[in-house]
Design a protein around this ligand. Structure first.
Ligand code: ADP
Length: 464
């Protein structure tokens, strides 16, 4: 795999300030495929300075021109889709087809949506005798995780650019090659120097330096709740804006009137996709007591199709593999019934975890409360609708969810009572314009669509 040995700062690839590097590992075969520089606080400082320098010019660029640059960036992502997909597969381990359709495909939709929004959004409003100006927040520090290496980057960078902000990105240490490709795409799209900057590096070093940098105006973070809490506290201390996309433990509620076979099949597919490494995955399947045994049998049959190394890839790292296997052991120890899978690794090489289904899971069990981030589904039994709602809302998280019923209105009525940021009704399709973000400890702020754009804007009112 091709890798840059420098940082993309101020419109060029510059040598890193320190000598340290990070080894990038292919999780499917455990081979080191590249090394990238491990940035230091000095690299972050250089990048923030470049972003600050570029801010006045970019903020003053008419929205239609910003839109044209974002459209050009989208076009480069389209032209380089194969390379992007291969790179994601190499460093994340996802099957190539998933890399093509989702990892390379979704960022094109999101970048396209912001090219349109930048052109059509009202950056000026009237309110009585006031004119309200919506101005860019300033320099954005973006910190992203590895699970959707390009989507997570584009979901922050595209709206920030649309708003007129400049950006310093610190991508996840496990998937820096996709981020380097993105920097190449930015360059090719002709964005002015310093508008986007990339510093690869470790979370506790480069990430922390970026989150704490006094000249960063907004920190946008996606990752674990533990680190999000720290970043939120640091930002709070500095009275700095922050957006946090954190963990999830979403409920897939199958009401008795639903098409049970379809709901179970789609529910299993939702969790197995990307090897369960999706914050919004519906990891708790809630089934009425009278349909429970049938649902368990359907889930067992559905999960059998996900053969490790074929339809389902490995987890990103040995650390994640260990973590998820630990949760499966914990589920067994707490009395849940293994219906499929288990803690043993299904292949000798690669960080694979067996697609796992647990039955007889009760709401207070660890596997029903904590985010697992692997191919593990828990089936919970409910008595009636109120019981289902209590279970669905009974975690500290509230990122996503699903409801199935014969009638859309019935499902939507249930969804209105859920404490969560997104709900798919009878398997509703992904919408790049739908705001995505958490209730409760799943986060602060929203990404995607117009709501995602407004995160990067601040208001100034002029009274006449
Ligand atoms: P995950 O469990 O998904 O790896 P993390 O929260 O550890 O989630 O990582 C998400 C992103 O946050 C990564 O880019 C990582 O490098 C970064 N990160 C980790 N620790 C810190 C930290 N202390 N400060 C800032 N960023 C961090």
């Amino acid at each position: 795999m091709k890798a840059h040995d420098g940082m993309y700062i101020g419109g060029q690839w510059r040598p890193a300030r320190g000598p340290d590097t990070i080894a990038v590992v292919n999780p499917a075969d455990e081979q080191v495929i590249a090394h990238v520089p491990a940035g230091t606080a000095d690299d972050v400082d250089d990048a923030v300075r470049a972003a600050r320098g570029a801010l006045p010019g970019w903020a003053a660029t008419p929205p239609a021109e910003r839109a044209a640059r974002i459209a050009a960036l989208r076009d480069v992502l389209v032209a380089r889709a194969d390379e992007i997909a291969e790179t994601v597969t190499a460093e994340l381990g996802s099957p190539l087809q998933l890399s093509q359709t989702v990892h390379a495909g979704v960022p094109v939709l999101v970048a396209g949506s912001y090219a349109e929004l930048a052109a059509s959004y009202s950056f000026e409003e009237k309110a009585g005798n006031s004119t309200v100006l919506l101005e860019p927040v300033g320099v954005v520090g973006a910190i992203t995780p590895w699970n959707y290496p390009l989507h997570q980057v584009v979901a922050k960078v595209a709206p920030a650019l649309a708003a007129g902000c400049t950006v310093v990105l610190k991508p996840a240490e496990d998937t820096p090659l996709t981020a380097q490709l993105f920097a190449e795409a930015v360059d090719e799209a002709g964005l002015p120097a310093g508008v986007f900057n990339l510093v690869t590096g470790l979370g506790p070093v480069a990430g922390q330096a970026l989150a704490a940098h006094e000249d960063v105006d907004l920190v946008s973070f996606t990752g674990s709740t533990a680190i999000g809490r720290q970043i939120g506290a640091t930002a709070g201390g500095a009275v700095k804006r922050v957006a946090l996309e954190l963990g999830g433990k979403s409920a897939n509620v199958i009401l008795p009137s639903a098409d049970l076979a379809k709901a179970v099949k789609v529910g299993i597919a939702n969790v197995m996709s990307n090897s369960g490494q999706t914050c919004s995955a519906w990891t708790r399947m809630l089934v009425h007591k009278d349909q429970y045994d049938e649902a368990v049998a359907l889930a067992r049959a559905a999960v059998a199709k996900y053969v490790p190394g074929e339809r389902i890839g490995p987890l990103v790292s040995a650390k994640q593999q260990q973590r998820v296997r630990g949760y499966i052991e914990r589920g067994v120890a707490e009395g849940a019934r293994l219906v499929a899978g288990g803690p043993e690794a299904p292949r000798e090489t690669g960080y694979y975890v067996s697609p796992t289904v647990f039955a007889d899971v009760t709401p207070e069990m660890t596997i029903a409360q904590e985010e697992i981030f692997g191919p593990v589904v828990s089936l919970l039994k409910y008595e009636d609708e109120d019981d289902a709602l209590r279970i669905a809302n009974g975690t500290v998280y509230g990122l996503a969810g699903a409801v199935w019923a014969a009638d859309e209105a019935e499902a939507a009525a249930f969804a209105r009572r859920m404490d969560t940021g997104q709900v798919d009704i009878n398997g509703g399709r992904f919408n790049p314009l739908a705001p995505f973000g958490g209730y409760k400890q799943s986060g602060v702020g929203r990404e995607l669509g117009a709501h995602g754009l407004s995160e990067y804007l601040q208001t100034k009112s002029l009274q006449f």
